[in-house]
Ligand binder design. Structure first.
Ligand code: ADP
Ligand code: ASP
Ligand code: MG
Length: 451
């Protein structure tokens, strides 16, 4: 059995869904789970709709919702043309879903209040709509395909907008539901991104979470392979939107892929690799627009032997927090206290660099910084530098690669580099640059290592 995840651009319109169906057909006779995202841009639109509604702008929310409804109706019409029964049935389902969504929007615009729980509910419509239509389009080609609701198998805690998957429950529910659905079908389609608490309240796995859904399903169902179908032919040497001359990496290790995605490469959600590691399931990243290209195969660390720099990732917008305490000199427990504060506000720290009296840390800009600073100020002096970017050079055995630091820092010697850190895992060297220098820095590094 294989799991195939199709991202937003891979289901954006009829042509894309046509390609998806061709790819699914090609996987026969293997049983296949198809995990779909919302159509490209739909999650962003739903966020806007929720914003309008909670700001009391019911009319703006309705206009946007009507546009989305029309887009989905047109898609159903075009995909199922010629099968009147199926077209009508699908359009009815779409209309029904929009009437429920509009009801929620109305309530929110009256209350002018938007809880995380309501937001998760609104966001779920993107994936429910895409999977409903694509399910019918697959059926229409004669493939035996069942529909499964991800909310009855992807069980999370009650962080509604970034639910923590409950692995034990998922490993129980996924095989139960899939074996029932596969009894009379060759393909099962379900939604990425969404889940539910054990009590049944809808949650999401966070932005870009469909990759993670696919990996969780793959792990729980003991899949032979997890395929991430996207708009690039695999993991590249860096983001092709930043550098023109990137190339696809044919093989990389779980650790390298995990590190790359954790340090900013959007091609994979940062949590995607962990479930695959759990059961040692190969992950393939493939281009739905050019399915014949080989893409990237991600394998366990002991199967990948090539040392040296494999790729460059970056986080375009990070914030550096500088914590200064004169008492740190010879004092115990300062770092413990420091990290307790970040932990209390659920903020993860990426890079750390310390001196005798100073600690600098990088965090995402949307972290609860005001609260964190207020609390740190009880025992330290804090300053914050914004408009920074973090760059990571990733590859196997970097610590043992003689001359690596010289190559990296010669390539970027024209720029101000701070907070240099060699990853504890030995597969990354990271540092911070001014955001305005990011493009130039990444291009110089790419030239040094890959051109
Ligand atoms: P999907 O909608 O299929 O999930 P995403 O937009 O989330 O697609 O991820 C694909 C994008 O990731 C690419 O278009 C590319 O711009 C970006 N990206 C960032 N870093 C890399 C990288 N190292 N290799 C390939 N793509 C990358
Ligand atoms: N639709 C969701 C998002 O845009 C999940 C995903 O595409 O992975 O974030
Ligand atoms: Mg994505």
């Amino acid at each position: 059995m294989i799991v195939m995840k199709f991202g937003g651009t891979s289901v954006r319109d009829c042509e894309a869904v046509g390609r998806l169906i061709g790819i699914v057909k090609g996987s026969s006779p293997q049983k296949t789970v198809v995990v779909v995202s919302a159509l490209a841009g739909v999650t962003d639109s739903l966020i806007k709709i929720a914003g309008f509604a909670s700001g009391g702008k019911a009319d703006d929310a309705s206009v946007l919702s009507a546009g989305l409804e029309e887009r989905h109706i047109i898609m159903a019409d075009q995909l199922l043309a010629g099968n009147e029964l199926l077209v009508n049935e699908t359009k009815e389902s779409v209309k029904h879903l929009f009437s429920k969504l509009n009801e929620i929007i109305r309530v929110i615009s009256v209350l002018e209040e938007l809880s995380d729980m309501s937001m998760a509910k609104i966001l779920s419509y993107g994936e429910i709509l895409s999977s409903t239509i694509i399910h019918k389009a697959i059926l229409n080609t004669g493939i035996k395909c069942a529909y499964a609701d991800a909310r009855s198998m992807i069980i999370t805690d009650s962080h509604y907008l970034k639910g923590e998957p409950q692995t034990d429950a998922i490993c129980k529910k996924v095989p139960e539901l899939l074996s029932e659905k596969f009894m009379d079908n060759d393909v099962v389609i379900t939604q990425g991104f969404i889940g539910a608490t054990a009590e049944g309240a809808g949650t999401t796995l966070g932005r870009g979470g469909s990759d993670y859904s696919a990996a969780l399903i793959g792990m729980a169902a003991n899949a032979d392979e997890i395929q991430i179908w996207t708009d690039v032919d695999g993991v590249h040497t860096t983001d092709p939107r930043k550098v023109d001359s990137t190339r696809s990496i044919s093989v990389m290790s779980f650790s390298e892929a995990a590190e790359l995605s954790f340090f900013g490469a959007k091609v994979l959600h940062p949590a995607t690799i962990q479930p695959a590691v759990e059961k040692n399931i190969p992950v393939r990243v493939l281009n739905s627009m050019e399915p014949e290209k080989q893409g990237t195969l991600i394998l366990s660390d002991d199967q990948v032997h090539e040392n040296g720099v494999k790729a460059i990732s970056f986080k375009e917008n990070i914030t550096v927090v500088n914590v200064f305490s004169t008492k740190m000199l010879n004092s115990f427990g300062f770092l413990t206290r420091l990290f307790e504060v970040f932990g209390k506000y659920g903020t993860s720290v990426d890079l750390i660099s310390t001196s005798e009296v100073n600690v600098s840390l990088t965090v995402d800009p949307e972290s609860k910084l005001d609260e964190i600073i207020a609390e740190l100020s009880h025992f330290a002096v804090v300053s914050v530098s914004r408009e920074k970017s973090q760059v990571s050079v990733v590859g196997k055995n970097l610590r043992e690669t003689t001359g690596l630091a010289k190559r990296i820092f010669s390539a970027v010697s024209d720029y101000n580099i701070t907070m240099i850190s060699q990853g504890a895992s030995d597969i990354n060297v990271s540092f911070v640059v001014n955001r305005g220098d990011l493009s130039a820095v990444v291009n110089s590094l790419h030239k040094e290592f890959f051109e």
